[in-house]
Ligand binder design. Structure first.
Ligand SMILES: Nc1ncnc2c1ncn2[C@@H]1O[C@H](COP(=O)(O)OP(=O)(O)OP(=O)(O)O)[C@@H](O)[C@H]1O
Ligand SMILES: O=P(O)(O)OC[C@H]1O[C@H](OP(=O)(O)OP(=O)(O)O)[C@H](O)[C@@H]1O
Length: 210
């Protein structure tokens, strides 16, 4: 058995869908569910080693080569724009990036817009494209609270079902980016471990959308 392929996987919400997808294509990762404090799981029969990391850290592991491949949301990829290959759209974790504000909000175009978000670069690029001056208020979560408390005018955040927006008396102003999970690879690993990475890509490609 040669060297294992290191795969960075997100913990949490997206993780659960990703582990099931991997199992469907023959990369058993049931052990991940069994011992939930371990962060490294090996499956020598499949030739892989899973590394469980925060969703926002997957790109860091892959870009630096600590992981050969990884699975990460397009939101995180777009915000960080790491120097990696994006090999596949896995169609999981579908949602949209949106601008939202308090219901009835009317923008004062004469003032700098205060934007609360976890996605600072996405927000800056979006408003730069509109030639709109903004001040970014970077938060780690519960973004929907910011307009309610007057901390920001609008938010740039993920919307899926829309219930977080609705239950907090906000309204979506625009949705400007489709998001789903992507299979990514480190550039040099893609060259030197091309056989195994290509095999995994083909297997994943065979079941997505199906
Ligand atoms: N409501 C949602 N519906 C569908 N996909 C989502 C939703 N929220 C997030 N995602 C996708 O899942 C990924 C992981 O989101 P998750 O909420 O598990 O972690 P996080 O909030 O980014 O990280 P942390 O662990 O730091 O809270 C996101 O990057 C995004 O691509
Ligand atoms: O449209 P919905 O189906 O309601 O989903 C959208 C919510 O999901 C995500 O939050 P998450 O649960 O990850 O919490 P956090 O970002 O506040 O940590 C996102 O930041 C929204 O708040």
């Amino acid at each position: 058995m040669g060297e294992l392929l290191n795969i960075a996987l997100p913990k949490g919400r997206l993780g659960d869908q990703v582990y099931r997808l991997l199992e469907r294509v023959g990369y058993d990762c049931r052990s991940i569910y069994e011992d939930n404090r371990r962060l490294v799981f090996e499956n020598p029969a499949a030739g892989v080693r899973y590394l469980l990391v925060k969703p926002g850290d997957v790109t860091i592991y892959v870009e630096h080569g600590a992981a050969d491949v990884g699975i990460v949301g397009k939101d995180i990829l777009e915000d960080a724009r790491p120097d990696v290959y994006e090999l596949l759209d896995l169609g999981l974790g579908r949602c949209r990036m949106a601008v939202a504000a308090k219901r009835g909000y009317v923008e004062d175009t004469g003032r700098t817009l205060r934007v609360a978000t976890k996605f600072e670069n996405i927000a800056k690029r979006y408003y730069a494209g509109l030639n709109r001056d903004i001040e970014v208020i970077r938060l780690g979560g519960s973004i929907e609270l910011a307009p309610l408390l007057g901390l920001s005018d609008v938010i740039v955040d993920i919307v899926e079902s829309g219930s977080t927006i609705r239950e907090n008396d906000l309204a979506v102003l625009t949705e400007f980016m489709e998001i789903s999970a992507r299979f990514i690879a480190n550039k040099s690993a893609f060259k030197f471990k091309n056989g195994v990475i290509t095999e995994m890509t083909k297997k994943l490609n065979g079941v997505i959308g199906g």
